[in-house]
Design a protein around this ligand. Structure first.
Ligand code: UD1
Ligand code: MG
Length: 476
């Protein structure tokens, strides 16, 4: 049987260099809190629990994390999420000590940090294999500039020789500082052994902290093998300490998302100008122009084309639809549906509950909210459709609006099939425009109209013949 995995995520630090009131681990990368990335990774390992060690901003971190984890469906993976407090913060060893009461001796403890968001599950799987329930396994990296990191001290030269200790930068002598192999902050350790070693920690060092890294010495003294698993992908162990590092890792993350989509055949005009902050599922022959942002859950069907500078959130775009540049779509909780072959934009806005059938056209400066448009309906210019049910082939004129809100309640507008609404009309809801009817431009309609009728509701046009305009009086 596989050895149970318990993940401990250290997240009690202050994050001073972020210069933010938001706790560091709640800053977002790819639309999700840093800590949620780490919890998600733990869930992918089929860990039986993740214990998050909180301190600075503990209440905020715990509350935000629980709700964010839910919204990102982490709980579907059956991981139990727990929190322990570390007050005050006396070092990484002290942080893990706080989690000990929740860790059972039959498992392996995997130590992660809440501010290291890009570690891949496969890397951790290998680390856990190296640990194999009996060894202390350290994730390491060789760095050109290892300043600030804990150094991996070995018995001899080369990665084949035995690991003896981790020496923190501030405690290291010149020879140790010359070592380029560093400890990433991630380790896998048999919990039974960890418990004994943590009990032996002291804070007699340059920072007067209880260093988790000191357990390496104890492992060596106890004759427990210490293995270093060295990787070359620095981004996987890079932490976020400043807005600059957050932005750098955001680009790494986005470029990985972009590469994965392109491998599936999605054609991105420029992978460097592309952002996904959620999930993006694409069919075949999807084309996405530059500077598009996708948020929440977005699905693009086969042959969908998205023009430059679109923001699309929580929407399903069916096959063959074209989203022209500068379109903003946000379905929020209700979602937005765009039908097959629809044409949206440029400069269109689709809001929650916009449900557009096949071949619908929504043009520039048209806003659609909580409305259903049937096949072939068109609203091409400067219009508002809110709380409306629009039939097939309806043509909705420029500047027309549904007056759906009476100041207290929202009301529905029904526009039946084949209706033609002229320009600059106001349809005061609740109202039904009967099938095949025509509404004259500039009408303000407050009553239902019969099918097939021309309805006009505006001042009658008159013309006064030979009209003489007033003439300016001459003074004096
Ligand atoms: C740690 C390692 C160092 C390694 C480096 C990699 C130790 C002693 N040193 O150093 O060898 O090269 O990570 O980035 O472990 N934290 C707590 N409570 C505390 C202290 C820290 O929860 O009391 C959390 C922090 O919020 C952070 C993580 O632990 O998420 C790492 O702490 P940090 O101060 O960054 O460790 P380093 O000194 O950088
Ligand atoms: Mg630090």
């Amino acid at each position: 049987m596989a050895i149970p995995i318990d993940v401990v995520i250290m997240a009690a630090g202050k994050g001073t260099r972020m210069k933010s009131t938001l706790p560091k681990v709640l800053h977002r990368l790819g639309g999700r809190a840093l800590l949620v990335h780490v919890i998600d990774c733990a869930a992918r390992l089929s860990a039986r629990q993740a214990v998050v060690v909180t301190g600075h901003g503990a209440m905020e971190v715990e509350a935000a994390c629980a709700s964010l984890a839910e919204s990102t469906a982490i709980f579907e993976k059956n991981i139990s999420l727990k929190f322990v407090r570390q007050e005050p913060q006396l070092g990484t060893g002290h942080a893990v000590q706080q989690a000990l009461p929740l860790l059972a001796d039959d498992g392996v403890t995997l130590v992660l940090s809440g501010d290291v968001p890009l570690t891949q599950a496969a890397t951790l799987v290998t680390l856990l294999e190296r640990c194999d329930g009996k060894r202390l396994a350290l994730l390491t990296l060789s760095m050109a500039d290892p300043t600030g990191y804990g150094r991996i001290v070995r018995a001899g030269d080369g990665t084949a020789s035995q690991v003896r200790a981790i020496v923190e930068h501030k405690d290291a002598n010149d020879a140790e500082r010359a070592i380029r192999e560093i400890y990433s902050g991630i380790m896998a350790v048999p919990t039974r052994l960890l418990r004994g070693w943590l009990a032996r920690l002291d804070n007699r060092n340059a920072q007067n902290e209880y260093y988790l890294t000191d357990i390496v010495k104890y492992a060596v003294a106890d004759g427990v093998p210490v293995v270093a698993y060295q990787i070359s992908d620095a981004a996987q162990v890079a932490g976020v300490n400043s807005p600059l590092q957050l932005a750098e890792l955001e680009r790494v993350y986005q470029s990985r998302r972009a590469s994965a989509l392109m491998e599936q055949g999605v054609r991105l005009a420029d992978p460097a100008r592309f952002d996904v902050r959620g999930t993006l599922a694409c069919g075949q022959d999807v084309e996405i122009d530059v500077n598009c942002v996708f948020e929440g859950h977005v699905t693009l069907g086969n042959q969908v084309r998205v023009g430059a500078n679109c923001v699309i959130a929580n929407a399903t775009i069916a096959a063959g639809a074209v989203i022209h540049p500068f379109t903003h779509i946000d379905g929020e909780k209700l979602g937005v549906q765009v039908g097959e072959g629809a044409r949206i934009g440029p400069f269109a806005r689709l809001r929650p509950g916009a449900n557009l059938g096949p071949e619908v056209h929504i043009g520039n400066f048209v806003e659609v909210k909580n409305s259903t448009l049937a096949r072939g309906a068109k609203a091409n210019h400067l219009a508002y459709l809110g709380d409306a049910t629009v039939g097939e082939r309806v043509n909705y004129g420029a500047g027309s609006i549904t007056a759906n809100y009476d100041g207290a309640n929202k009301h529905r507008t029904v526009i039946e099939d084949d209706v033609h609404i002229g320009s600059n009309c106001v349809l005061v809801a609740p109202i039904t425009i009967g099938q095949g009817g025509t509404v004259g431009g500039g009408s303000t309609l407050t009553k239902d109209t019969p099918a097939g009728a021309l309805s006009v509701a505006r001042g009658k046009q008159i013309s006064l013949a030979n009209w003489k305009r007033p003439v300016k009086k001459v003074k004096g």
